[in-house]
Design a protein around this ligand. Structure first.
Ligand code: GLU
Length: 307
């Protein structure tokens, strides 16, 4: 699709979705997320042919929350290789992202790296493998988009930590089931730190462009990992990226992607583009209401989905 028509389609759908009365509700279990203005709405598309376009609040920072789980996974996968799948599985969970239920029957092996239990195991790997995990994770993310604007938010981290009882339970449960090498409190501290990453739609879509480019950062040429690893992470985003609504997202949007309870969604069209959408109001399953609606209309009207 040429640049002009892409920009026009994005603008038209943006205005239409912005006007919808229904907008969902911001996450209320993390106090700092509950106070975000629900009418915020931004979109940015980064294409491999450099035809980028943003609209609305696309340069405003928001909490990317679980979208960061893809980035932690990429870094851990790059370090540990296929051994990683001994610690975490690759199946959709069909349960809530912070559920404790399956973990016992699955003998401590989380269903996938994007539910909280899986992400805690990935963070445990990062602590064991990296010299300065917090700095190294941030530097890795920044290397994917050096011109971008991304950092941890101490405020969001503290806010989540103050109420993170379920994640405390999950980390202790994982430890008791033998799938954490480090102390639960250390794992939780890094987990909350990574979840607190803040950026805007423009930077987020640029960061994820390597996932549309067979694992190579387009602007620097840096190879994050192989084409086969890129295929696997995209497949995981497709099957597990949207909590227990991953089937619905594939059905309606038809792209691999990941959402977070901050209301952000990033989606990838391999070999073409990465698109980030932010609207803090969530639907009943915890995905951005307007974000999903926008992406559904976008892939339907441009016929640019992988199916
Ligand atoms: N930090 C959030 C939690 O653990 C992440 C949730 C999400 O975005 O899915 O509850």
């Amino acid at each position: 699709m040429n640049q002009v028509s892409c920009n026009e389609v994005v603008s038209t759908i943006y205005q239409r979705v912005k006007a919808l009365k229904e907008k969902g509700k911001p996450a209320n279990y993390i106090p700092e997320l509950a106070i975000v203005e629900p009418s915020k709405f931004g979109v940015h598309i980064a294409q491999l042919n450099d035809a980028n376009f943003g609209i609305g609040d696309f340069q405003e920072n928001f909490s990317i929350q679980s979208i960061s789980k893809v980035l932690s996974l990429c870094l851990a996968y790059r370090i540990l290789g296929e051994k990683i799948w001994k610690r975490v599985d690759v199946e959709p969970s069909g349960t809530k992202f912070n559920s404790l239920l399956q973990l016992e029957s699955d003998n401590g092996i989380p269903r996938n790296p994007f539910i909280n239990a899986g992400a805690l195991v990935i963070v445990d790997i990062l602590i064991s493998e990296l010299e300065n995990p917090k700095e190294d994770v941030l530097n890795f993310v920044k290397s994917l988009c050096p011109s971008g604007n991304i950092d941890y938010s101490p405020k969001v981290k503290a806010s989540e930590k103050s109420v993170g009882y379920r994640n405390f339970a999950l980390a202790n449960f994982l430890k008791s089931l033998g799938n954490l090498d480090n102390e639960p409190n250390d794992v939780l501290d890094l987990y909350f730190t990574i979840c607190s990453l803040e950026t805007d739609c423009e930077t987020l879509s640029e960061i994820f462009l390597f996932m549309a480019n067979d694992g190579i950062v387009p602007h620097s040429g840096e190879k994050v990992f192989s084409k086969s690893y890129s295929k696997r992470v995209n497949a995981l985003m497709q099957t597990c990226g949207f909590y227990d609504e991953s089937g619905e997202f594939a059905f309606r949007v038809g792209l691999p992607g990941k959402s977070g309870v901050g209301g952000g969604i990033v989606a990838i069209y391999p070999d073409k583009y990465s698109i980030a959408v932010w609207s803090p109001g969530l639907n009943a399953k915890g995905n951005s209401y307007k974000g999903m609606k926008f992406l559904e209309d976008f892939t339907t009207e441009t016929e640019m989905s992988i199916f």
